[in-house]
Structures are given as C-alpha cells and as structure tokens.
Design a protein around this ligand. Structure first.
Ligand code: GLN
Length: 468
C-alpha cells in the first residue's frame, strides 16, 4: 500500500494501525528469510506503538501526518536504545544512546519504525555485499544484487515489506539501489535534511533521503524529515517548501542532456528506456538542450579521492575505546589494532588506506587538494549549465542489477556503478531516480538533477512522469 492508501484506511476506519502493522510483519516473516532486507525487525515495539496509536485515535487525539505508517530505516541511523551497526562487525552490539533527528521527526509524526535494513559496511559499496550481516537479494530477481549501499531499504520497499524506507546517499546509495530494484529514491539538496545521528561516511557528501513506491510518498516523508536542525551545522536555515505535487504541462521546461551521461559505459537497451522517458517530457512540450560537460568524466575520480579521505578521518573514531567492539591487546595500541583488524571488512580497510594515503603529507597536494579544486570547478560548471537549463536528465546507473558475486572481487568495476550518481553529491544538488522501464524484466531508472534547492521541482517532474 502507499502512504495515502494506509491513511485512507485509518480515516475511513476500515483498518486499524495494529492490523496494518501485523500485515506487514507477517509478510516480512514469510518472505524476508529469502531476501535479507532487514538486519533486525522491531516487532514487539512496532505492535506496541500501533496499539498506542489506535487508542489515541479512538480518543480523538491529534495525530501526526504519518500516524500509523510503517517505515524502515537504514542501519546507519540511530534509534535510541536499539542496536545500530552500520553493516559493520565493529558496531555489532553498539546500542544507540540517542536518536537521529530524522528518526525523532518520524516518530513525532506518528510513523512506526519497523526495523533496520541491511547495508554495505559503513555505506561503502554498490551491492550491499560488503555488509557483515549477510547478503540482500533483489526481490525482482533473487539471483541478483539489490544495489547499494542502501540495498536493504530498496529491497524492503520493492518486496512490499514497508511502504517507505530511509536510505543515505554519499555517492548514489539511495538512487542506485532504487533504480536497480524499481522503486523511487531521492537524494535531497545537501543540508536540506539533518545528518545528526547518521553515521558519518564522507560528511561533505552524505545526505539522508526517502525510498518508496511512488514520488508522492517520497515527498510526504521528506516534508516530515526535512528542515533546519540546530544540531547539524550544515543544515540549511530555510526549509525547502514542498507543496502538494500537482499535474502541470511540461511546456517551457528545458532539459539538459549531457553527452557524458550517455557514454560507452551505458548499456544500449538501458539507454533506450532512458531516452524514451526523456522523449515523453518532450512530447508534452519540454525542450532538450544537448550539453557537453567534459568535467563529468572526472567526477568518479574526484569522488574516489574525496570520499575515502573523509571516510578515513570519520572512521578513526572506531577504535574499540569509544564505541562498540573491543578486541583484547596488551597495550592500547595493540588493542586498537586488533579491534580494527577484526572489526573492519576488506572494503573498509581498502578505503581507509586510500584515504590516509591521499591525505598524507607527501600526497595531499597531488591528490586531495587537487580533487577538492576539481570539485569546485564541477560545481561552477554545473551552475553555469543550470543558467541555461532547468534540470539535467540521464540514466541513474550504467547497467541493470548484476548477479550476486559478479563484481565482488573487482572493486574498480564495482566503483563504475556510481559513475552517474556521484555528480550530485559532489555538487551538493538534489537528484531523483524514478523507474522508467526495464531491460529483460530488470528495472531501469531515470535520473533527474536540478540546482540546489530545486527539490520540489524534481519531485514534481518525477510525479508527472509517474502519472503518465
Ligand atoms: N557506491 C558508492 C560507494 O561505494 C556510494 C556509497 C554511498 O552513497 N553511500 O562509495
């Protein structure tokens, strides 16, 4: 069910929150053993909360906009008193001492947090295979990966375990799995949603966003979780207005189509679905502006310098002294070493090495600082592009979902999965992925990007296509 459908049941009194929650829990019980979307289901709490909402409703109390709507959160967002592992053994038994702002706002709005979803370790991956808590399968084809790193959230929505889930997106981790599982995923403008209580991966790139079956539900959740938060110094002071999504004509819309989004990495059939989707906007009056933005070719290289640099710094806190797992050692330094050796998986170790290397005294100018100035140039060139066009459109991913294990031992090929998504994180701009067809039954996503603050516009455009 969509959020609207659930709320309608409550309004009409045709179902109680307890019935809705029991229904979803039953489905998760029956099917998640085979999919692996959840690391933990908060069954007892969810039922308790549902009963509370039902009795409040009966008494005529004022209920929030998401009252009785089940939601899943990615395992890197804190929920007070519950384990939050970030997909890592190093935090296997770490219990959150406070809740993330987004989680707090959801609960205040009456949403029921139904469980935490599987993810690549510390959000590092594109297939959810680097999780230390098992694989997640793509519900569309269980021999395939769901994408990553928010693969558990995408799979949970695609399998119908929840109407909506939260993901985090540092280089594409909401949009890429959404695209591969055939659901909607949105990365808001940097600063539009608080990162307080989100485990930091690369702080200048990280953003939380919703994943759902349709654009309306994404907007509905964004209205609740977005807006200024005094506890996140990068949060915008002004809220992004998200009016009701309404149909309008595409006349006058200028769609920038950078040729770098249709390069050799892109599968031919996939390209056709994406071009057909763009053509639908044109048929309703939009205009295509072909763009040549060579700097986009360097985005992935910038990302794989800046992200590991920030990640190596952020993950420094996992030393066995402050949080989570401790491995014994005779000295403090041996203890830290043992904790990290045993607690971190290979991909995390690779990124810490890469990050400390690009930040080291001898190389910081050649790599890190160069990437930072390239990022600035990317921002400027995109800003300039947005003076000529309203939005950019292209594919979310270069390929459809691949087979489990297929790219696991080949990190560089895996990194290529993010080639079109990292752009938005580097530039701090919003980006939406919506389903736009399939290749042999496997979903394809259309990606729409706009200038910072254009979140409402992107959702409107996605909604328009969805209605079509
Ligand atoms: N797949 C990308 C990576 O491995 C993006 C991750 C993310 O957005 N969290 O870095």
């Amino acid at each position: 069910m969509t959020i609207k459908e659930i709320l309608k049941h409550y309004e009409e009194g045709s179902m109680t929150t307890r019935q809705i929650v029991d229904g979803y829990l039953e489905k998760i019980h029956a099917e998640d053993a085979d999919i692996g979307a959840f690391v933990e289901v908060f069954e007892a709490d969810a039922r308790l909360q549902a009963d509370e909402i039902d009795s409040k409703r009966k008494s005529g109390a004022d209920l929030g906009p998401l009252a009785g709507v089940p939601i899943a959160i990615k395992d890197n967002m804190l929920l007070q008193g519950k384990i939050s592992s970030g997909g890592s053994r190093i935090l296997e038994n770490y219990k959150a001492s406070y809740s993330a702002t987004v989680v707090e706002r959801l609960i205040e709005a009456g949403a029921i947090i139904i469980g935490r979803t599987n993810m690549d370790e510390f959000a590092s991956g594109s297939s959810t295979e680097t999780s230390q808590f098992g694989v997640t399968k793509n519900p569309i084809d269980k021999e395939r990966i769901p994408g990553g790193s928010s693969g558990g959230s995408a799979a949970a929505v695609a399998a119908g375990f929840v109407p909506v889930a939260l993901g985090s997106d540092t280089g594409g981790s909401i949009r890429q799995p959404a695209s591969l599982c055939g659901v909607v995923g949105f990365k808001p403008t940097y600063g539009a949603v608080s990162r307080y209580g989100l485990m930091a991966m690369a702080s200048s790139l990280d953003q939380i966003g919703p994943m759902a079956m349709n654009v309306d539900d994404v907007a509905e959740v964004l209205r609740v979780i977005g807006g200024h938060d005094i506890r996140d110094s990068t949060s915008h002071s002004e809220d992004i207005a998200l009016p009701e999504l309404a149909p309008k004509s595409m006349k006058g819309l200028k769609i920038g189509v950078p040729k770098q989004f249709f390069n050799d990495s892109l599968g031919h059939d996939l390209e056709k679905s994406v071009r057909d989707a763009i053509a639908a906007y044109v048929a309703d009056g939009a205009e295509i502006v072909e763009l040549d933005l060579p700097i986009l070719e360097s985005a992935l290289a910038m990302y794989y310098v800046i992200m590991p640099a920030e990640l190596s710094s952020n993950l420094n806190r996992y030393d066995g002294l402050q949080y989570g797992r401790v491995a014994p050692g005779d000295t403090i330094s041996e203890q830290v070493k043992a904790t990290r050796t045993q607690g971190f998986g290979d991909e995390i170790k690779r990124r810490i090495l890469l990050g400390t290397f690009v930040l080291s005294a001898g190389y910081v100018d050649a790599y890190y600082k160069k990437a930072v100035s390239a990022r600035q140039a990317l921002r400027e060139q995109l800003n300039e592009a947005f003076s000529k066009v309203d939005v950019l459109m292209g594919p979310t991913t270069p390929t459809v979902a691949w087979k489990l294990g297929e790219k696991f031992d080949d990190p560089l090929t895996m990194y290529l999965a993010d080639i079109y998504t990292v752009v938005a994180n580097l530039a701090g701009i919003p980006a939406l992925s919506i389903p736009c067809g399939d290749v042999d039954g496997l979903p394809v996503g259309l990606q729409i990007m706009g200038p910072a603050g254009s979140d409402a516009k992107l959702l409107d455009l996605g909604h328009w296509y969805e209605q079509l």
